[in-house]
Design a protein around this ligand. Structure first.
Ligand code: CMP
Length: 139
């Protein structure tokens, strides 16, 4: 089925002018950008977004990194979008990511790993709603 997922192009990628490079890889994987905006996340926004990780040892560094520069938040649409996006992103740690994936191609480290993608349809809906109003999404 055609579904939607939520993506973030992270500060390490925007800093290196890779918004287009990452988006091209998403599009080549069959995903369509149906909403997109470049934002500077606030600390509160990043903490809320990553609330499920708040007890993890890397939480504070993760929040600092995510507010260290602009990000591009996107809604992606396509056949089985969550899986298609996770496949093209590759493993969280670029050292483990397969050839041809975004993280293998661009990521610097497990933290500066260039992209975020929702891990389930339920979380995709929550994450899309966190950043976008319905009228900002044009399918
Ligand atoms: P993301 O998909 O955005 O979700 C949580 C993020 O935490 C993850 O990608 C990584 O970039 C980041 N992170 C930093 N350190 C770790 C770690 N040790 N294990 C897992 N995720 C980490």
């Amino acid at each position: 089925a055609v579904t939607r997922t939520f993506s973030i192009i992270k500060p390490d990628a925007t800093r290196r002018n890779l918004t287009g490079g990452v988006t091209k890889m998403l599009e080549d994987a069959g995903l369509r950008v149906v909403a997109s905006k470049r934002i500077q996340m606030t600390k509160e926004q990043a903490e809320g977004f990553y609330a499920v990780h708040s007890e993890r040892p890397f939480f504070n560094d993760l929040v600092s990194f995510m507010i260290s520069g602009p990000v591009v938040v996107q809604v992606l649409e396509g056949e089985d979008a969550v899986k298609a996006n996770r496949d093209i992103m590759g493993a969280t740690n670029p050292a483990d990511a397969a050839e041809g994936t975004i993280r293998k191609t661009y990521a610097e480290s497990i933290e500066a790993n260039s992209v975020h993608g929702s891990d389930s349809d339920e979380n995709a809906k929550i994450e899309i709603d966190y950043f976008f109003k319905p009228e900002e999404i044009v399918g």
